[in-house]
Design a binder for this molecule. Structure first.
Ligand SMILES: Nc1ncnc2c1ncn2[C@@H]1O[C@H](COP(=O)(O)OP(=O)(O)OP(=O)(O)O)[C@@H](O)[C@H]1O
Ligand SMILES: Nc1ccn([C@H]2C[C@H](O)[C@@H](COP(=O)(O)O)O2)c(=O)n1
Length: 222
């Protein structure tokens, strides 16, 4: 039996991770935040003094990365790295090193290994196009850049961090431009992905939409 996969791709701060994690919890499926692997590689490179320009060194590091996911926590070299990988500088570093084909190749099988029964929900940029091209349901989840910047701003303020709305929007747009422009596995909506624009949707509405799309596929498969 093929293990079902729900692949959710889309731009930064569109809500992919939040929606994917909730859909996975509702269905009792596993969850993979693929962006965390790129962020962990960027962070580990800093710690190991491997330059973000060194494609071969980064690929070697990515292949051997001592990472452990435990619920919503993530450990690197045995230390909780959840907060460190969320820093904007690490997001930018992840975007930079994600453009290297050797880094993407090194992470490919590691991502596929998360496909386990009863199913997987995953989010990223190339989940439906490259990592799980046979995914059961492919979604391109997006929202306007202004709305995404507001959400990220609120997220930072709620965490007690200082934030500048305009700077956040510029950073989000710069990261999306880099992710969309790279020749390998760029950020883009695939023809077989369903578009979900959450600009005026709540998190609950977005989750309900994904679940209803998945349930209709399950019904039509019977
Ligand atoms: N539909 C929504 N309405 C309001 N807020 C939302 C919605 N979806 C997500 N959010 C909020 O937006 C913020 C960013 O969401 P999230 O981290 O899931 O985005 P992401 O696409 O995974 O980001 P990144 O690509 O940077 O990892 C979170 O604070 C989340 O609670
Ligand atoms: N499947 C993926 C996931 C992530 N990336 C890169 C590009 C992003 O800017 C960066 C951080 O991802 P995020 O945590 O914001 O989802 O990692 C990618 O190229 N492919």
């Amino acid at each position: 039996m093929t293990i079902p996969v729900i692949a959710i791709d889309g731009p930064s701060a569109s809500g992919k991770g939040t929606v994917a994690a909730r859909v996975a919890a509702t269905l009792g499926f596993h969850y993979l935040d693929s962006g965390a692997l790129y962020r962990l590689t960027a962070l580990a490179a800093l710690e190991e003094e491997i330059s973000w320009d060194d494609e071969a060194g980064l690929a070697e590091l990515a292949a051997e990365l001592p990472v452990r996911f435990d619920g919503d926590r993530v450990f690197l070299f045995g230390e909780d790295a959840g907060d460190d990988i969320r820093a904007e500088a690490i997001g930018m570093g992840a975007s930079k090193i994600a453009a290297y084909p050797a880094v993407r190749a090194a992470l490919l099988e590691r991502q596929r290994a998360f496909r386990e029964t009863p199913g997987l929900v995953t989010d990223g940029r190339d989940m439906g196009s490259v990592v799980f091209p046979d995914a059961t349901l492919k979604i391109f989840l997006t929202a306007s850049a202004g709305e995404r910047a507001q959400r990220r701003y609120k997220q930072l303020i709620d965490k007690g961090e200082s934030a500048n709305l305009q700077q956040i929007q510029e950073d989000i747009e710069a990261r999306d431009a880099r992710d969309a422009a790279r020749p390998v596995a760029p950020l883009k909506q695939e023809p077989d992905a369903q578009r979900l624009d959450t600009t005026v949707l709540s998190i609950d509405q977005a989750v309900e939409t994904v679940l209803s799309w998945y349930q209709s596929l399950c019904i039509s498969d019977r």
